[in-house]
Ligand binder design. Structure first.
Ligand code: PLP
Length: 428
C-alpha cells in the first residue's frame, strides 16, 4: 500500500487569485477551543505516560447505558432500521416524548411540535440559527456562569450575547431585577438552564415564575420581534436536594418557549447523540428544515432506544440520581472544610463550582505563582494529577472558580478531594 505524504501547508496570507484551500472562514477562526478540551488533552497525555489521573473535568455519566436500552438499539439494527428516517424523527418516538412532557411536566406539546436531533447541543444550534441573522443586532441574554457552548454557538449564528452574571452568594441564580435590566427591545433569546452546568444549583419554581413574569411583561411591551426563551432541561432528572423541578415553559407564553432535553445525562447516553426540542410549530418547523440540510435525520436504529428509555427507563434514571446524591455528599463534605474554598451545596446536575480566588497570588511548592484559575488547574493536574476545569470559559464571574464534575466513583472522588486539600494546604 502506498502512503501519501501530506502536501505542504499553504499560508493563509498567500497572494493568489483563488482562495487558498487552508484559508478558513472568519467565523470559524473566531471560535475558541474550549478549556475542557484543552484539559482533556493534558489528561490523555498524562494517562498515556502511565499516570493515574483523577479526572473530574468532563461532564458525563460514568455509567453504561442500561442494558434494555442498548438491547432496543441492537434489535432495531438487526431488523432493518438502517435507512434514512423522517427529518424530525419517527412520529411514534415523538409521540412518546410528547407523552413524557404531558405526564411528567404537565406540558401540552404535540408530537408535530418536536424535533429530535443529535444531542441537545444540536437542538440549541438549530434554534439559534432559526432566530438570528449574521449582524442582525439582536441579543441573546445569557445568565452566567453557563455551559460553555451557549455563547459561541449563539455568536456563530449572529447573536450579540449579553451576559448576566450571577453570584456564588445567590447560589448562582439571577434575580428578576437583573433580568429586567438586561432586556432591551433587541432581546431575542433568553437562555435558561436549570439544573445548571457548571454551577450545580437550580432555581426553585417560585424563582422561575418570577423570571417568567419579567419575560411576559417584556413581551407585552415589545412584541416584535419579541423574546423567545430556550430552557435547557438536560439535567432535569439529576435532582440532588429537595428543590422540586419545574419546567420553565409553565411560566411563559408557550408560543415563545422552546424546551430542550435529551438522554445524554439522564440515561448515560452521551455517545448516542440524542436530544430534542419541543416548542412552537413555526420554530420547530424551521429547525427541522435546517436539520434536513445538515444531517438529514438522527441515527435510525437509535430511535427505538429513545422510546425504550423514555417509556421504560425511569427506574434507571432514579437509580443513577441516587448514586449521584451519594457522590455529591462525599465530595461536598470533603471540600467544604478546606479553608478559603467557597461553594454552595449542589442541588442539581453533577457539578461543584467553588470560588478559588482566595488562593490567587499564592505560591505552589514548585515556585509557581497561582495568578488565576487556569494556573491553579494546571498546577493541580501536573503535580497531583487531578483534573478540574478553570471557570474562565463559563462566563463572569467564572474566572474566580473551577468546575469539578462528581460523576466519578466514590473512591476516586475521595482520593481526588484529598489531593485537592493537600495541594491547597501546600500553597504559601
Ligand atoms: N446542555 C447542557 C447544559 C450541557 O451541560 C450539555 C453537555 O454537557 C449539553 C446541553 C449537551 O448535551 P447533549 O449531549 O445532549 O448534546
Amino acid at each position: 500500500m502506498t502512503t501519501l505524504s501530506a502536501p505542504p501547508a499553504v499560508p493563509n496570507s498567500s497572494p493568489s487569485s483563488s482562495p487558498a484551500p487552508t484559508r478558513l472562514s472568519r467565523r470559524v477562526q473566531k471560535l475558541l477551543p474550549s478549556a475542557t478540551v484543552a484539559i482533556s488533552g493534558k489528561c490523555r497525555a498524562l494517562k498515556s505516560a502511565g499516570h493515574k489521573v483523577f479526572d473530574f473535568s468532563i461532564g458525563e455519566p460514568q455509567f453504561d447505558t442500561p442494558q434494555h436500552i442498548r438491547d432496543a438499539a441492537v434489535k432495531a439494527l438487526n431488523s432493518g432500521w438502517t435507512h434514512y428516517i423522517e427529518t424530525a424523527g419517527p412520529l411514534e418516538v415523538r409521540k412518546a416524548i410528547s407523552e413524557k412532557l404531558r405526564k411528567e411536566n404537565n406540558l401540552s406539546i404535540p408530537a408535530e411540535n418536536i424535533c429530535i436531533s443529535a444531542g441537545g447541543k444540536q437542538s440549541y444550534f438549530l434554534l439559534v440559527h432559526a432566530l438570528f441573522d449574521t449582524d442582525c443586532g439582536l441579543e441573546c441574554v445569557l445568565p452566567t456562569p453557563s455551559w460553555l457552548s451557549y455563547k459561541p454557538i449563539a455568536e456563530l449564528a449572529g447573536a450579540k450575547v449579553i451576559e448576566v452574571a450571577s453570584t456564588v452568594e445567590n447560589d448562582f441564580k439571577i434575580t428578576p431585577d437583573q433580568l429586567r435590566a438586561a432586556l432591551t427591545p433587541r432581546s431575542r433569546l433568553l437562555v435558561m438552564n436549570s439544573p445548571n452546568n457548571p454551577c450545580g444549583t437550580m432555581y426553585a419554581p417560585a424563582e422561575l415564575k418570577a423570571l417568567g413574569d419579567v419575560v411576559n411583561e417584556h413581551n407585552r411591551r415589545h412584541p416584535d420581534p419579541g423574546l423567545v426563551v430556550v430552557t435547557d432541561e438536560i439535567y432535569e432528572k439529576l435532582l440532588l436536594a429537595d428543590v422540586p423541578f419545574a419546567p420553565f415553559a409553565a411560566f411563559v407564553d408557550p408560543d415563545r418557549c422552546v424546551t430542550i432535553n435529551g438522554l445524554s445525562k439522564s440515561h448515560a447516553m452521551t455517545g448516542w447523540r440524542i436530544g430534542y426540542a419541543a416548542g412552537p410549530a413555526e420554530l420547530i418547523k424551521a429547525m427541522t428544515k435546517l436539520q434536513g440540510q445538515m444531517t438529514t435525520c438522527v441515527t435510525a436504529f437509535c430511535c427505538p432506544a429513545i422510546t425504550q428509555a423514555i417509556l421504560h427507563g425511569e427506574a434507571d434514571a432514579l437509580q443513577m440520581r441516587d448514586e449521584y446524591r451519594r457522590r455529591a455528599d462525599v465530595v461536598f463534605s470533603a471540600l467544604r472544610t478546606i479553608p478559603g474554598l467557597r461553594c454552595p451545596r449542589p442541588t442539581g446536575a453533577f457539578y461543584l463550582f467553588p470560588d478559588v480566588s482566595a488562593y490567587f497570588g499564592k505560591k505552589s511548592p514548585s515556585g509557581k505563582i497561582i495568578a488565576n484559575a487556569i494556573d491553579l488547574c494546571s498546577e493541580l493536574l501536573e503535580r497531583h494529577h487531578v483534573a478540574l476545569v478553570p471557570g474562565d470559559d463559563f462566563g463572569p464571574p467564572g474566572h474566580r472558580h473551577v468546575r469539578l464534575c462528581f460523576a466519578a466513583d466514590i473512591p476516586t472522588l475521595t482520593e481526588g478531594a484529598s489531593r485537592i486539600r493537600d495541594f491547597i494546604a501546600s500553597l504559601s
